[in-house]
Each structure stands twice: as structure tokens, then as C-alpha cells.
Design a protein around this ligand. Structure first.
Ligand code: NAD
Length: 487
């Protein structure tokens, strides 16, 4: 691919001036993908300055329809360079090509089209009112961009989650400075080329690379000319960013961690449950914020469910992204694998029954430096075990039986997180009744990760602040200003 990881500032690629860089490794076999420059104060300042300047340039003056047309060109540009985006994403993440080709890259393009179309049709509000002198007044609200938006994104779905924020931000007329995850710098860089090819004015889309604390992420969130911060990542990182956002009272939109439950009732369609749960636990090697890590199964079907999920997990062949038979990629990094393995060790110490997995698979010699891990299922741990309470973010889950609906609801909600849940039942009344009791931003019934981009997406409790998707994104990426005119 033509874009090695470089900063993209004011429409130009640069290695910056810090003389600091870090190496980007693929988790498939540990090979180096090259050096990534680390931004310092000068680069972050330049990127924020370019974004601010672009707001008062042609971008700020552009009609909505023209802006929308440019964003369609960006989407088409991603599609035209599909194979390059795919190659960049799979070398950064190691995820199966089939997954990235089906989800990550198409959604990266769709995120521009959906919001470009939405803003063209969004209205505003107006109210007439009487005045004491009888002439009256009218009020109308102007929808204006927030300004410079900092976009801080994670590594698990790099292009998809970054464009999920950049798409609506630009559609609303903002300019952005993106700080992609240090683990996955490539697709954000490549998108800079597409922005230039599409004719997006310089300064509208900027990228700075680096880490979080004491690096590009922190410098960006602290920058006084950043007007709002949108972040996807861990809850603890969200707390640090919220503290930075407090200075200057900047708005935040947070999509954070989860410890998502699935409830399997005895009246479920077991074939559907197994197919859906294999995806919800193991897709992307369990590295999806929406992944299921806690499964509660009604006692009469507990043994059948556990046996069938075990069989499905054991059929997930690990392998290189390009192999069409690969069902499971590696974890993102050696550091993350060490974290996930620490939970595998803990489950063992606490006496879990290991239904399957628990270790590292035997891989061919050429892949032995990759971050491979076995899909793992446990039963028998206490509800208070860290394995059942903390987000692991790996290909693993704990299964526990329950005896009635009330118990299932209580178990599912017994967590500080509230991102999503899956309910599996063929009883429609039960589905609605239980959905209403779930303390989660998203509830799926007899499915998982089925997404209409117009619907509100976000987490309850410690899984997030705010909702993005459809018109809900416009609430964060634009501001309503009321004008009152006395007639
Ligand atoms: P992370 O919080 O470690 O990092 C996310 C981003 O924040 C990275 O770009 C990182 O460099 C940056 N960062 C870290 N510390 C920072 C700081 N102090 N200031 C500014 N930036 C900082 O998360 P991750 O490990 O990349 O991603 C995995 C996490 O993301 C999981 O917890 C997962 O649940 C969550 N996630 C949530 C959603 C959602 O929609 N709710 C979606 C995907 C991932």
C-alpha cells in the first residue's frame, strides 16, 4: 500500500519533527510493518490549527448538498481502493480477510454515505409566540457544527469505528483530528489519501499517531482548541479523557467497555442460538465491544447448549487472514494476549471447569511469534469471580445455569457495565418483558450485531455516554442555536 503510517496534517503527509517513532507489528507472525511516527505537541498543535482554519475556509462555507456529495466521493474512494484498505486492516489486526471484507471495509464506506444522506434531510424547529405589544415573534433554531472534534479510536475495528465518528462529524460540517490506536495506524493514514483524491479541503481531516497518556492522545484531548471529544475504548481511558474534557467544559461522546450477557431460555431455537452465540463470543477473536462473555442458560437446556457450543468452538480453525478456511485470527498484541491469558490462569486457579481451550494452540513454525490463543469456555466459577466481572476482550465465555426468568434478569444486570445483551427465546411476550428490564443500551432478541445505522447505539451504566447513529449522531456533532426575531 502507498501510505505507510504518517501523520496527515493540513492535507499533507508528514513524519513530524519529534524524532520519536514506534514499531508496528502484525499479530499474525510478529513481523514488523514499519515505523510509525509519534506526534508531539508541535504535530498535535498543527493538526488542531489546520482543522480550526479549515472551519473558516471553503469547508465552512460549503452548502450541505456539496458537502454530502464530497462524502459520497470519500465512500466511493474507499470502495475503489477496497483491496488496499483490506490489506492494511488485516496486516494491522490479523483478523480473517473474510470478516474484514464483509464488515470492516464496507462499513467504513457506508459510514460516510449514511450520514451524508441524513444531513441533507434534517430539519430544524421553529415557534411563533405572542408578544405584549401584539406584534409577535418567531423563533428558529440553527443547526451548526461544533467545531474541531477530536476522534480517539481503538484497534478492534479500526476503520469501521473511526469512520463511525468521522462520517457524522464531517457531514455536520466539523473538522476532525483523529488519533487512531497505536496498534492499528494504517487505515486512518490511507483515508488521508482518499480525502485528497475526493477533493475534501485540506485541514478537514487530520491524523496524528501516537499513544494515549503523555503522548498524542492526551495532547489532543487537552488541546484548548478542541471543541468536543468522541472516544471509543476502555472505560478507564474514558475516565481519563473525561477529566481532560472538563477543562474548558468540552462535550464528550463515549463508547466504552462491556461485560455482555446472553440469556438462553429453554424455549429457544437451539440451532439459532448456537450459530449466533458462536459469533457473539468468538468473532474477531472476541475483540468486539459487543462480544458475549457471560452466558446464562436455563437449566433444562444447559448441558445441550454447553456441549454444542464446545463443539462449535473446537471447530474454529485459527490461521492466517488470507486463508478462506480461517475462522479465528490472533489477538491484537503480545501484551493483550498476556492480559487475556492472565484470566485463563485465574479461571484455572479458581477451579473453573474448562469445557474447552484455556491455552495457546499449536501453530506452524512460521506463525509461532503470532498472538494466537485458544477459544475457551468455562463453567463453575462464582458470580463474583473477576472472570465474570471484568471485561476480558478475548475469545472466551463463562456459562452458568439459571432456574427462572427473574434470576436470569438479576444475573444479567449484576454488572457495572451496560453495553448490550442477547436474549434467546421463541416466546415473544417473554422477549419483550425481559428486554424492558435489561440495563443495557442495546438488546438483541434471537440475533447479535444486527445493525441498522439509523438506530441509537451506545452503552448504559459504565459502558458509555450518549448515543450515536442516525439523528442521534447529529445531537453530538452539531449544536442548535436559537434565534428569536421580534416582528
Ligand atoms: P483503549 O482505551 O486502551 O485505547 C483506545 C484509544 O484511546 C487508543 O487510541 C489509545 O491510544 C487512546 N488513549 C489511551 N489512553 C488515552 C488518554 N489518557 N488520553 C487520550 N487517549 C488515550 O482501548 P483499546 O484497548 O484500544 O480498545 C478496546 C476497548 O474498547 C475495550 O474496552 C472495548 O470494549 C472498547 N470498545 C468499545 C466500543 C463501544 O462501542 N462501546 C467499541 C469498540 C471497543
Amino acid at each position: 500500500m502507498s501510505a505507510a503510517a504518517r501523520h496527515f496534517i493540513d492535507g499533507a503527509f508528514t513524519a513530524g519533527s519529534t524524532n520519536r517513532s514506534f514499531e508496528n507489528f502484525t499479530p499474525v507472525d510478529g513481523a514488523s510493518l514499519g515505523l510509525v511516527p509519534e506526534a508531539g505537541e508541535a504535530e498535535v498543535d498543527a493538526a488542531v490549527g489546520a482543522a480550526k482554519a479549515a472551519l473558516s475556509g471553503p469547508w465552512g462555507a460549503m452548502a450541505v448538498a456539496e458537502r454530502a456529495e464530497l462524502l459520497h466521493k470519500v465512500a466511493d474512494g474507499i470502495t475503489a481502493r477496497f483491496d488496499e484498505f483490506l490489506a492494511a486492516e488485516i496486516s494491522d489486526t490479523g483478523k480473517p480477510k473474510s470478516l474484514a471484507a464483509h464488515i470492516d471495509i464496507p462499513r467504513g464506506a457506508a459510514n460516510f454515505k449514511v450520514f451524508a444522506d441524513l444531513v441533507k434531510n434534517v430539519g430544524s424547529e421553529h415557534f411563533s409566540m405572542p408578544t405584549p405589544d401584539g406584534t409577535g415573534a418567531v423563533n428558529y433554531a440553527l443547526r451548526v457544527p461544533k467545531g474541531v472534534i477530536a476522534v480517539i479510536s481503538p484497534w478492534n475495528l479500526p476503520l469501521l469505528l473511526m469512520t463511525w465518528k468521522v462520517g457524522p462529524a464531517l457531514a455536520c460540517g466539523n473538522c476532525v483530528v483523529v488519533k487512531p490506536s497505536e496498534e492499528t495506524p494504517l487505515t486512518a493514514t490511507l483515508l488521508g489519501e482518499v480525502m485528497n483524491e475526493a477533493g475534501v479541503p485540506k485541514g478537514v481531516y487530520n491524523v496524528v499517531h501516537g499513544f494515549g497518556p503523555d503522548s498524542a492522545g492526551e495532547l489532543l484531548t487537552r488541546h484548548p482548541d478542541v471543541d468536543a471529544i468522541t472516544f471509543t475504548g476502555e472505560t478507564a481511558t474514558g475516565e481519563a479523557i473525561m477529566a481532560a474534557a472538563a477543562r474548558g467544559v468540552r462535550d464528550v461522546s463515549f463508547e466504552l467497555g462491556g461485560k455482555n450477557p446472553a440469556l438462553v431460555f429453554a424455549d429457544c431455537d437451539m440451532d439459532k442460538v448456537i450459530e449466533g452465540t458462536l459469533r457473539s463470543v468468538f468473532a474477531n477473536c472476541g475483540q468486539v465491544c459487543l462480544s458475549t462473555e457471560r452466558i446464562y442458560v436455563e437449566r433444562p437446556v444447559f448441558d445441550e447448549f454447553t456441549a454444542r457450543l464446545k463443539a462449535g468452538a473446537e471447530a474454529l480453525t485459527p490461521g492466517v487472514p488470507e486463508d478462506p478456511d480461517t475462522k479465528l485470527g490472533p489477538l491484537i498484541s503480545a501484551e493483550h494476549r498476556a492480559k487475556v491469558m492472565s484470566y485463563y490462569a485465574r479461571a484455572k486457579e479458581e477451579g473453573a471447569e474448562i469445557v474447552t481451550g484455556g491455552g495457546v494452540p499449536d501453530m506452524p513454525e512460521a506463525l509461532s511469534d503470532g498472538c494466537w490463543i485458544e477459544p475457551t469456555i468455562w463453567t463453575g466459577l462464582s458470580d463474583n469471580s473477576a472472570v465474570n466481572r471484568e471485561e476480558i476482550f478475548g475469545p472466551c465465555c463463562h456459562i452458568r445455569p439459571f432456574d427462572d426468568e427473574a434470576e436470569a434478569v438479576a444475573l444479567a444486570n449484576d454488572t457495572p457495565y451496560g453495553l448490550c445483551c442477547s436474549l434467546w427465546t421463541e416466546n415473544l411476550s417473554r422477549a419483550h418483558r425481559v428486554s424492558a428490564q435489561m440495563e443495557t443500551g442495546l438488546t438483541w432478541v434471537n440475533c447479535w450485531f444486527l445493525r441498522d445505522l439509523r438506530t441509537p447505539f451506545g452503552g448504559a451504566k459504565q459502558s458509555g455516554i450518549g448515543r450515536e447513529g442516525g439523528v442521534h449522531s447529529l445531537e453530538f456533532y452539531s449544536e442548535l442555536r436559537n434565534v428569536c426575531v421580534k416582528l
